[in-house]
Write a protein that binds this ligand. Structure first.
Ligand code: MEV
Length: 429
């Protein structure tokens, strides 16, 4: 039955305080006082700050923050804060890192900290000649772009290059100008978007065309983070495990259906660190998936091979547009604490660590999938969630979960029955 008495047209909602908005939403949705109180408890995020970060705030949603141990990246041990709601993700990184720790852990590198902004011009009569006109104005373009962000310049960043493509589109040729900008420790969206907007009228004048879009590209393929690790055979359980992992990689490389899941697992690790550090998870995810499809077929972000002496070698390469300054990274106190835990002082180091986490995550997923399957590992934590949903508290949670796992049946109805037995037994004792 559709409820026609409720209206989502709420005039001036954005002008109200978070508490007033929460009141309106509670009435609309019939929330009880406990649900409303939970929403308004913003935990480690100040309500006033939340209200400034996004619009129409009524509260906050807390996500568990776990620490992955055992990670050694470029010879330095690091603890990895990971914000995720998914069980087994943190454990997967710990396990993968433990199995390559003695062999040196992860070695990483980065292609640079260059971001790309695009300016779209249409209705250009002579797009190929116009392309050359733009390229010929490189120095002028540099001055315009660098003028937008003196602070970036003072940190050694700024305009680096201009490229122009003539794109064949459904509505005819489009002239697409790329500004290549070194954004250093900033993710850089604001910097490059400002430059693209400042340059747009000039592009229009030089080409005689009409400019529409002026925005960064999330396919940050001038900002590739790379990580590599070797897992010795005796650490991973022998040749059969190694070959299973390599075969799993070959499966992903050959099949987009598998590659999507394979890369989703990688992003379980990547996005958890990106989120923990207040960075833009969607930007990194969009870049990763677009990069995975760069050959025309969507494929794997990682590669697994066998070294000359028979060990398992894993590597990853993906765009990593993350920063240390600006946005939630700077404003959110938890993000600041996470950066301190990581001990990073540059966006590059952060990006490289995140790539290593993605590789670690993938190693563990492939190892589990190629051997026992993932359900066994998942079940222990899942069983605890089910036990809690059935009403278990305190040490009841572990006891109920253990019974569910032992029976191989992790269901809420069974959890309720087990809990009842447990409490009955306790009452009778
Ligand atoms: C689950 O969130 C992630 C996995 O499906 C990844 C994979 O299949 O490689 C386990």
């Amino acid at each position: 039955m559709i409820d026609t008495t409720r209206s989502s047209r709420i005039s001036g909602f954005h002008k109200k305080s978070p508490a007033e908005r929460l009141g309106i939403v509670s009435d609309f949705a019939g929330l009880d006082a406990a649900a409303a109180a939970r929403l308004s408890d913003t935990g480690n995020l100040d309500l006033g700050l939340a209200d400034r970060l996004v619009e129409n705030v009524i509260g906050s949603m807390n996500i568990p923050l776990g620490i992955a141990t055992n990670m050694r990246v470029d010879g330095e041990d690091v603890l990895i804060p990971m914000a995720t709601e998914e069980s087994s993700v943190v454990a997967a990184v710990c396990n993968a890192a433990r199995q390559c720790y003695d062999a040196g852990g992860f070695t990483t590198s980065m292609s640079g900290t260059l971001m790309i902004a695009q300016i779209q011009a249409v209705d250009v009569a002579d797009p190929h000649a116009a392309r050359l006109r733009i390229l010929g104005r490189r120095e002028e373009i540099k001055v315009i772009c660098d003028g937008c962000d003196p602070v970036l310049l003072s940190f050694g960043g700024g305009f680096r290059d201009v490229e122009v493509r003539v794109l064949d589109s459904q509505s005819g040729p489009m002239l697409v100008t790329h500004l290549i900008v070194d954004t250093r420790d900033a993710m850089g969206a604001n910097a490059v978007n400002s430059m693209a907007e400042a340059l747009a009228p000039h592009i229009s004048a030089w080409t005689g065309g009409r400019v529409y879009l002026r925005i960064l590209s999330n396919l940050a393929d001038r900002r590739l983070a790379r990580a590599h690790a070797v897992w010795p055979l005796d650490q991973i359980g022998g040749e059969a495990v190694r070959d299973g992992i390599v075969s799993a990689y070959h499966f992903a490389a050959a099949d987009p259906y598998r590659a999507a899941t394979h890369n989703k697992g990688i992003m379980n690790g990547v996005s958890a660190v990106v989120l923990a550090t207040g960075n833009d998870t969607r930007a990194v995810e969009a870049g990763a998936h677009a990069f995975a499809a760069r050959s025309g077929q969507y494929g794997s972000l990682t590669r697994f091979e066998v070294t000359a002496d028979g060990q398992l070698s894993g590597s990853i390469e993906l765009p990593m547009a993350v920063g240390l300054i600006g946005g939630a990274t700077k404003a959110h106190p938890t993000a600041q604490a996470c950066l301190k835990i990581l001990g990073v002082t540059s966006a590059e180091r952060l990006a490289r660590i995140i790539a290593a986490v993605g590789l670690a995550q993938n190693f563990s997923a492939l190892k589990a999938l190629a051997t026992t399957g993932i359900q066994k590992g998942h079940m222990a934590l899942h069983a605890q969630n089910i036990a809690m949903m059935a009403g278990a508290v305190g040490d009841e949670i572990d006891r109920v979960a253990a019974v569910l796992v032992e029976r191989g049946s992790v269901r809420q109805d069974i959890a309720q029955a087990v809990l009842q037995d447990l409490r009955g037994g306790a009452a009778g004792a």
